[in-house]
Ligand binder design. Structure first.
Ligand code: GLN
Length: 528
């Protein structure tokens, strides 16, 4: 088992996750089993309680783990299904160590960061690699080298490197090369300084990935190689790319795959990036263009909807249709009316929490329903499509979700029965993949090409089963169910060209070569 460790320098937001995922793609293309791990040095046990406005989307895995959005990048790039063990946080590590201390496992010793915390980190990393029989464990260190929170993790991977020996570990450091002055000189000083910081932690990089607007000049590459004591082949440009899916090929084109194999003494098994290249070709040669309005509340931070954005890219390639997203703040619909949705070829109302902008989202579902505009609802969008229909189609004018109006006379969306006794906020929702049965004649089963599917969930509320007979009689049909038919999972509006919503999140399992069937359905309907 070998290890590739990716650290970040200079500043955050350099696309370390994309660089890590891209390196994973290159290794996988060589026939190697790659197991990715994201380390998040924050004290939260998991990302489930974090506000998407601060941290981006919470990514949910099959096993229900609520993780950092980088896990989504790994799943999409490597086409693997991960588990919560692939996300290690300070909160998890300390909790494990403190639990052991309370049980008396440390036999009276003083429990310390070194060796107890660092041992725990190493054993979690090795555990994942061993369980998955990985050839390469790919570890991305969150944060920036020098952050106090990250120190125990850096120390742990340093020790790991020492234990396994030089030919079994590769350190990749990602930095920024800014361009300054009238002549546009590429500046290497920030890179030099952050490598010095890394060395102070006892780690010498084998690869420097340099982010910047443009590729590095040959002179800049040589300079970085010289000052950072890395071979020139180990210095890789990561210029702005047209799409994130270009990055593996950008790295491969600079000889990174060969250099990594050589450094880790791994025999190349021939390269297979054909399917990847084919996906990129299709993505870049659309035959049509559509505009989809995404009606949300965190539209200022696009990372809150990253899985939807990516699911649309996957659909773009499959349908050969370019998707332009129109970001619509649901509060703006409340202020200015549904006319701001005019001209959109399709509408998506995604998931969300809290009552801000709810009425705007409901109005969007009605606008789509009444004007025959292709519509997809996800989770909250599914619940609000039901609320809107109950008001308009059943005349229950005060119908609502009890999440937003606990006193509503018609709680068409209500708390899941098992949620009534839940007190804490962490990991307490209905989470992860569940089996869903689709009616054979439904649009959804046609799109999935199957009557049984598995999709991921993250919610506390559900459609109130008491209202189903009335809703269905009036034309809103529930064509997907789970838990022996008890829970509503998919709805379709009778007589509408495409009005499909799901309680689950199909965007979370969308992959470049296996797009979310419902996003693809929306894009195709919008294009027709
Ligand atoms: N707030 C809703 C619920 O808890 C929807 C959740 C979501 O959209 N992820 O059920």
């Amino acid at each position: 088992m070998k290890f590739v460790v990716v650290t970040g320098g200079v500043l955050s937001g350099l696309g370390k996750g994309i660089s890590t995922s891209s390196i994973g793609v290159l290794l996988k293309s060589q026939g190697l089993r790659v197991s990715p791990i994201k380390i998040d040095p924050y004290l939260n046990v998991d990302a489930g309680t974090m506000n998407p406005y601060q941290h981006g989307e919470v990514f949910v895995l099959d096993d229900g783990a609520e993780t950092d959005l980088d896990l989504g990048n790994y799943e999409r790039f490597l086409d693997v299904d991960l588990t919560g063990d692939h996300n290690i946080t300070t909160g998890k590590v300390y909790r494990a160590v403190i639990d052991k201390e309370r049980r008396g496992d440390y036999l009276g010793k003083t429990v310390q960061i070194i060796p107890h915390i660092t041992d725990e980190i190493k054993s979690e990393i090795r555990g994942v690699g061993e369980r998955e029989r990985a050839d390469i464990v790919l570890i991305e260190m969150g944060g920036t080298v020098g952050d106090i929170e990250g120190m125990p993790f850096l120390e742990a991977v340093r020790q790991l490197g020492q234990e396994v020996g030089k030919e079994n570990v590769l350190f990749v450091h990602t930095t920024l090369v800014p361009v300054m002055g009238a002549v546009g000189e590429q500046k290497t000083k920030p890179t030099q300084q952050s490598v010095r910081e890394l060395r102070a932690a006892g780690i010498s990089p084998n690869v420097i990935v340099a982010r910047g607007e443009r590729s590095l000049e040959p002179d800049t590459k040589r300079k970085i190689a010289f000052f950072c004591d890395v071979p020139v082949e180990g210095v890789v440009s990561a210029p702005d790319a047209a799409t994130i899916y270009d990055v593996p090929l950008l790295f491969d084109g600079q000889g990174l795959t060969e250099y990594i194999l050589k450094t880790l003494r791994v025999e190349p098994k021939g390269e297979d990036l054909e399917a990847w290249k084919d996906f990129l070709d299709r993505l870049k040669t659309p035959e049509k263009e559509v505009e989809i309005a995404l009606v949300g509340k965190y539209t200022h931070l696009k990372d809150s909807y990253i899985s939807h954005i990516e699911a649309f890219h996957h659909a773009e390639a499959a349908a050969r249709v370019r998707v332009n997203l129109r970001w619509v703040e649901s509060m703006d619909i409340e202020k200015k009316g549904v006319k701001i949705l005019e001209g959109a070829d399709g509408i998506l109302v995604p998931g969300g929490f809290g009552d801000r902008g709810i009425e705007g989202k409901i109005a969007a579902t009605r606008y789509a329903a009444e004007n025959g505009i292709p519509f997809q609802g996800v989770c909250l969008g599914f619940q609000l499509a039901t609320v809107g229909f109950a008001r308009a189609g059943l005349g229950l004018k005060d119908a609502n979700s009890s999440e937003f109006d606990p006193k509503t006379p018609d709680p068409v969306v209500d708390l899941l029965p098992e949620q009534r006794s839940v007190k804490g906020m962490g990991a307490t929702m209905r989470l992860g993949a569940h089996e869903i049965h689709l009616d054979p004649g439904s649009m959804a089963s046609k799109l999935y090409g199957s009557a049984t599917i598995h999709e991921r969930h993250r919610h506390r509320y559900e459609i109130n089963p008491e209202y189903i007979p009335k809703l269905e009689a009036a034309g809103l049909t529930y064509v997907g169910r789970s838990d022996n038919g008890r829970r509503m999972e998919v709805l379709e509006l009778r007589g509408h060209p495409f009005f499909v919503a799901s309680q689950f999140h199909p965007e979370l399992r969308s992959r470049p070569l296996r797009p979310s069937p419902l996003h693809l359905g929306l894009v195709r309907a919008a294009a027709s």
